[in-house]
Ligand binder design. Structure first.
Ligand code: SF4
Length: 573
């Protein structure tokens, strides 16, 4: 496996072999990205300047049949948080990169010239992308598919990335060929835009450079696990992440009206069950894999009344932040918001939280979907209004002088009320990634070990252990390129060690795997401290402490000093 290093200014391309002696050996996806950022990116640099690097990396299990192992990590210093950032995404390209023998692409410097990268037979070339300037992801992808064939993998940015907007995402094409999968969080699309990269196109390759040392042993680990996942996630496969809408509302933890409430009276209109009904009645699709090797298949394909594709996949966080959070109750409106965000290349979570603050401050009426569409078109064109709304929730909150800004470290909260779901409330406050549910999603039904009691969901008891352990195990899954729906648990770390041993001819123990996760977290925390984003920034907005959530009457009650001391548990490890 190799790392390809591309200087977008000088147009030089160098390849670095990852050998057993390399410091990057046994680092993949998030772990590799975070190590490169710590070692090579000056922590005080401008995230959109020449010193930042953009890393696109697949995981250590990419290219293998291990279930749900074909995700991409996108990493950089974040323009949104100013700290280290990794956002991962499904889609086709990660597996294809590994087939070309590429573990990571590392982009250096900046360029005002718009380019795209072509990967063919394991070799990169740089092409002009001026003809694609300003295109939305949908038009861009359809042009590239016509040019290079249906089997290509694509990473790309939309106009928001080109305009360097801090909520911009990086798109990847899904299994059906649409640019619907997004590394949304942290504004990494803006970093890609600062480097002038409109797209990365990966041509299909005959055969694969991925080698599995002992396929028999590998299969012994991965096959029963795949079967278990497929069987045990039946309901999740049918209803997808949207099934959480009603559950979260019943708990009183569904963001509603910019986190003024936790239950939405019209949740039935935008629930997972309703989504299922609409999709099935119109001839859409359910139970889709967003990337190769996925056996859980939680994705969907949403169509209009004529059966025409609108978006894929409509997910819980989009429905929560752009639905109940904005009091928008029409499923088609949500599907169209999702489509536009994907096309323009903007994070649906950050966008929903941003509009929520604008509505809360009286700038836009609650539930005004039409205005939301207009704002998205302003973002597409990079207008003054577009710049106002495309740069994240803190930017809009400052402009409107609004006090209730649901963010941590500059990044909008995803779809779970931290007053109610105590574990994820800790993850939001302490993760090196800012408020990010994927960093350690301690919500209903999620435990880090089958044999441990982490206390009731809405009580503080046990949540320091739960959040810490989920953050640790999720870091490891992220570094394998695995979807966190396979379960960031102590038990599954044993499976990971078994798979790595069979693949790379190693003798790793579960403890070794856990230690590797600890090292990655330490790298990320060290970068953040050097970037001025140390433990003192582990805090939640004060309104969560002062305003009881309706209807639960719960407030955020973890002590500030405990949040600041959260990572002390990494000392001596
Ligand atoms: S479980 Fe869902 S999100 Fe995870 S890889 Fe499969 S389809 Fe994608």
């Amino acid at each position: 496996m190799r790392i390809a290093r591309i200087n977008v200014n000088t147009k030089s391309i160098e390849y670095e072999e990852i050998t057993q002696k390399s410091k990057f050996f046994l680092l993949g996806a998030r772990g590799l990205s975070s190590k490169i950022i710590l070692d090579e990116v000056p922590p005080d640099c401008d995230p959109l300047g020449e010193k930042n690097k953009l890393i696109i990396a697949n995981g250590l299990l990419a290219g293998s049949p291990f279930p749900c192992s074909a995700r991409t990590s996108v990493g950089a210093k974040s323009p949104l948080t100013n700290g280290i950032k990794e956002a991962n995404v499904g889609g086709r390209p990660a597996l294809m990169l590994s087939q070309h023998g590429i573990r990571a692409l590392v982009f250096d410097d900046i360029s005002s010239e718009l380019i795209y990268i072509m990967i063919k037979d394991g070799t990169l070339s740089i092409q002009s992308a001026e003809e694609y300037r300003g295109l939305g992801n949908y038009e861009l992808h359809s042009k590239l598919l016509i040019e290079y064939g249906k089997g290509i993998g694509i990473y790309s940015i939309g106009p928001a990335g080109e305009f360097l907007m801090k909520a911009a995402s990086v798109a990847a094409n899904d299994m059906e060929g649409y640019p619907s999968r997004h590394a949304g969080r942290g504004g990494l699309g803006a970093v890609m835009g600062s480097k002038g990269i409109k797209a990365i196109v990966i041509l299909p390759k005959k055969g694969s450079e991925v080698k599995i040392h002992d396929l028999k042993s590998f299969t012994k680990v991965s096959k029963p696990f795949a079967k278990l996942l497929a069987e045990s996630k039946e309901g999740f496969s049918t209803y997808g992440t949207a099934m959480a809408m009603k559950v979260m509302s019943e708990y009183g933890g569904l963001p509603t009206k910019n986190y003024r409430m936790g239950s939405y009276e019209k949740v039935h209109d935008i629930s997972g069950e309703k989504l299922h009904e609409v999709i099935m009645s119109r001839g859409g699709k359910k139970r889709l894999a967003c990337s190769p090797t996925c056996v859980i298949k939680c994705s969907n394909f949403y169509v209009d009344t004529n059966g025409k594709h609108i978006t894929s996949s409509l997910e819980y966080e989009t429905m929560a932040l752009c639905g109940s959070n904005l009091m928008i109750e029409d499923m088609d409106d949500l599907a169209n918001i999702d489509h536009l965000c994907d096309d323009i290349g903007i994070d649906t979570i950050e966008f929903g939280v941003t509009i929520g603050v604008a509505m809360d401050s009286g700038e836009i009426d609650w539930g005004n979907a039409k205005k939301t569409f207009e704002i998205l078109e302003e973002i597409r064109h990079g207008s003054e209004i577009g710049q106002l709304y495309g740069n994240g929730v803190c930017h809009v909150g400052r402009e409107f002088n609004h006090e209730r800004i649901p963010h941590v470290k500059g990044q909008g909260l995803s779809g779970y009320d931290p007053r109610v779901f105590k574990g994820i409330g800790l993850t939001y406050a302490t993760s090196p990634m800012g408020a990010d549910h994927t960093a350690g999603c301690a919500i209903a039904g999620r435990v880090a070990s089958k044999t441990k009691d982490y206390g009731a969901l809405t009580e503080n008891n046990g949540k320091f252990d739960l959040s810490f352990e989920l953050q640790l195990y999720t870091t490891i899954l992220d570094s394998m390129g695995c979807c966190y729906f396979i379960g960031p648990s102590f038990e599954n770390m044993e499976l990971i060690s078994g798979a790595l041993n069979a693949m790379y001819d190693l003798k790793l123990t579960r403890d070794d795997i856990i230690k590797s996760g600890i090292d990655i977290l330490k790298n990320e925390l060290e970068f953040n401290i050097n970037a001025g984003m140390g433990n003192e920034t582990n805090e939640i907005p004060s309104f969560f402490r002062n305003e009881p959530s309706i209807p639960t009457d719960l407030t955020y009650t973890f002590l500030s000093e405990d949040l600041k001391g959260f990572w002390k548990r990494l000392e001596n490890k």
